[in-house]
Design a protein around this ligand. Structure first.
Ligand code: GLC
Length: 455
């Protein structure tokens, strides 16, 4: 907690290019109005390789997702270059808007982009680096608004579809920020958003005046990107050899060190490495065949961890099915119990590290009472994660501060639409001119099965 707090202060004071592990990116999102005129927004969420589009309506105090749809690339198509990725995103937008008409003259679009970005304004952001094992060439360091606008314009020419002309990107938003904006709609005490998903990250309303980024703005949401803690080696004292091996084999070694100990993208693989290590030391699965899926990288995903920990203590039926599926033969009852034990230790460590991160933020924000919205796969799906995290956070938060953890009541696309509405109203978003690639710039319907899109 001390290390994170120190890195957060460093990140806040310097510009984001400093050596702070935790960059504390200003988002240009301030306090949001509790109501709005009748407006409709397109919200595009990029969770690669999946892209979700939603049409969100705001009216007075109400907000609803009118329609939404998921898209994935056609089997075999890799989104591994800038051109393929931006082309795919443009096609998804065009497909979604094709059969619909904008409420006004244009479609204002909010982009939820869950990766570290350096903002120049609400609608202008450069991708700093890919995280969560995404690799796509030539996008890091690029300004996203211009990329998507350019891809839309190109697609208009190719497929002679004019609908893309009417799309105006008005906000680019981190997933933690849209989650916070959704929760703060009905709960103005909500000042912190935490996501424990494929990645680990948090954002909060900063009102410190001492920070360089907030000279003109009094209150602004800061995207901490705290999952990066440890990149300078600060967490080496509590990393195991399994953590180090996982990091070395990842697509981004030495990066996102805390995230790699916590998030669902990595937990299953940590468990697998521990089980493999114990097996090779002849401490488990004594008669396991040498060629066995358990020894294959990526064969043990985080769903398994969740299923094993949700399994019935007695018969351990599901755990046995998973071991059979991994071709682990002749396991004993003790092996089965030990698998569960390893899963629970790794999950508990993840919950404690998430709690320590959250408690640091709650202490930093120093408001009482304060509400924290928590979202993400680990938090929502794991049978004990919520309780473990809540108990540990209680131990670690300053005793005089009261806090509540809440789950997301509304979809995060609603928060994104609120931010887009505020950006439009304040005139802060830089308008984009179709054709000019050099831009200056719960009432939800569940999305259906993703449609596949070719390029
Ligand atoms: C990764 C991304 C961050 C995102 C988080 C949760 O940490 O870098 O931007 O918020 O995952 O999706």
């Amino acid at each position: 907690m001390k290390l994170l707090d120190k890195e957060m202060s460093k990140g806040l004071k310097g510009d984001a290019g400093t050596a702070a592990d935790v960059k504390m990116y200003p988002t240009f999102v301030g306090p949001l109005p509790q109501q709005s005129d009748k407006e409709e927004f397109l919200v595009l969420e990029v969770n690669l390789p999946r892209v979700e589009l939603a049409l969100v309506r705001l009216q007075d105090h109400n907000a609803s997702v009118i329609e939404s749809e998921n898209y994935i690339p056609t089997t075999g198509v890799q989104l591994d270059t800038l051109e393929r990725l931006s082309g795919f995103i443009a096609m998804c937008i065009i497909k979604f808007t094709k059969k619909r008409k904008p409420a006004g003259k244009e479609w204002p679009l909010a982009l939820i982009f869950p990766f570290p970005c350096q903002h120049e304004g609400p609608d202008r952001a450069c991708l700093v680096k890919w995280t969560k094992e995404v690799t796509c060439n030539d996008v890091e360091g690029k300004e996203l608004h211009g990329l998507i606008r350019g891809a839309l314009d190109k697609t208009i020419v190719h497929i002679k579809n004019k609908s893309a002309k009417k799309i105006t990107i008005v906000a680019i938003i981190n997933d933690t920020v849209s989650t916070l904006a959704s929760a703060a709609y009905n709960n103005p005490d909500c000042k912190i958003g935490l996501v424990v998903d494929g990645g680990l990250n948090a954002c909060y309303y900063e009102n410190g005046t001492q920070t360089k980024c907030l000279q003109d703005e009094k209150v602004m949401i800061i995207n901490t990107e705290l999952g990066a803690l440890g990149e300078n080696g600060f967490l080496d004292f509590c990393r195991t050899n399994y953590d180090k091996e996982l990091d070395e084999c990842s697509s981004s070694p030495d990066s996102q060190i805390l995230e790699k100990m916590v998030s669902s993208m990595y937990l299953g693989e940590i468990v697998r490495l521990v089980l493999e290590g114990l097996t090779r030391k002849n401490l488990m699965f004594r008669s396991v065949p040498l060629v066995c899926n358990l020894f294959l990288r990526g064969s043990f995903n985080t769903d398994y961890v969740i299923e094993i920990e949700s399994d019935n203590e007695g018969p351990h039926q599901r755990t046995k099915q998973i071991l059979d599926h991994l071709a682990v033969k002749d396991y004993t009852d003790e092996d089965v119990k030990n698998v569960r034990h390893v899963c629970s230790i790794i999950s508990e460590r993840a919950a404690c590290l998430s709690a320590a991160s959250l408690a640091t933020l709650i202490n930093h924000v120093n408001l009482s009472p304060v509400t924290v919205v928590v979202d993400g796969y680990m938090y929502q799906r794991h049978p004990r994660f919520q309780v473990m995290m809540l108990n540990k956070t209680r131990e670690l938060v300053n005793p005089e501060l009261k806090f509540h953890l809440v789950g997301p009541e509304l979809k995060r696309s609603i928060g994104a639409a609120r931010i887009a509405a505020a950006a439009l109203r304040s005139g802060n978003s830089l308008t984009d001119t179709p054709g000019a690639t050099q831009d200056r710039g719960s009432s939800h319907t569940e999305p259906e099965k993703p449609s596949q899109i070719g390029l």
